[in-house]
Design a protein around this ligand. Structure first.
Ligand SMILES: NC(=O)c1ccc[n+]([C@@H]2O[C@H](COP(=O)([O-])OP(=O)(O)OC[C@H]3O[C@@H](n4cnc5c(N)ncnc54)[C@H](OP(=O)(O)O)[C@@H]3O)[C@@H](O)[C@H]2O)c1
Length: 167
């Protein structure tokens, strides 16, 4: 089973504030939905609470050490057990979808990264560790322009990049 990570981050590796996202980019949400649909998605308890419900057409796995429970969600207190659950369900590509804590802890297992680099700088309280791309191959990239309405940035510019770990 391949282990992938999907994340959107700003210029200073910021990913969240007050358990919420820092921007609204509808095309990025659509992309996220398309990429993760049909797959197991693994997240920390705080990210699940920020989303508020299991995402449709995906199998939600939540990591928590405090016995968190929610209908339609599979909760594990151990990462290996969560991976085994997905493997036993014949998953071929498991997606780690955050947040900061989970990306940091599980980065060593990641084989493929789906990254949205957002042209955003601002207040945050959740960050990604800076990624060293030395052992990663860029296999796909698409650049998106900002959306401006009434002279205001409605949605910032962003670059979508896919990397695979070199063997
Ligand atoms: N930009 C993006 O792409 C993106 C994506 C996702 C999330 N985010 C942002 O990230 C922020 C949330 O990140 P966060 O670091 O605060 O929280 P988080 O990683 O979502 O969740 C942390 C919680 O997960 C559980 N956990 C973590 N490691 C575990 C382990 N090894 N085993 C078992 N349980 C474990 C613990 O839950 P218990 O306390 O219940 O034990 C911990 O409190 C929010 O601002 C959110 O908006 C951004």
């Amino acid at each position: 089973m391949k282990i992938s990570m999907i994340v959107a981050y700003g210029k200073n590796w910021e990913i969240g504030l007050d358990n919420q996202m820092l921007w609204h980019i509808s095309e990025d949400f659509k992309n996220f939905k398309k990429i993760t649909s049909g797959h197991h998605i693994l997240m920390g308890r705080k990210t699940f609470e920020s989303i508020g419900k299991p995402l449709p057409n995906r199998t939600s796995i939540v990591l928590s050490k405090n016995g968190f429970e929610y209908e339609g969600v599979h909760t594990f207190c151990d990462v290996k057990e969560a991976f085994d659950f997905a493997r036993e369900n014949a998953e071929e590509e498991l997606f780690i979808i955050g947040g900061a804590n989970i990306y940091k802890t599980l980065f060593l297992y990641v084989d493929k990264m789906y990254l949205s680099e957002v042209d955003f700088e601002g207040e945050a309280d959740a960050y990604l560790n800076e990624i060293d791309f030395t052992y990663w191959d860029l296999i796909e990239q698409k650049d998106y322009e900002a959306i401006i309405e009434d002279d205001k940035v409605k949605s910032p510019a962003w670059k979508f990049k896919v990397y695979e770990k070199r063997d």
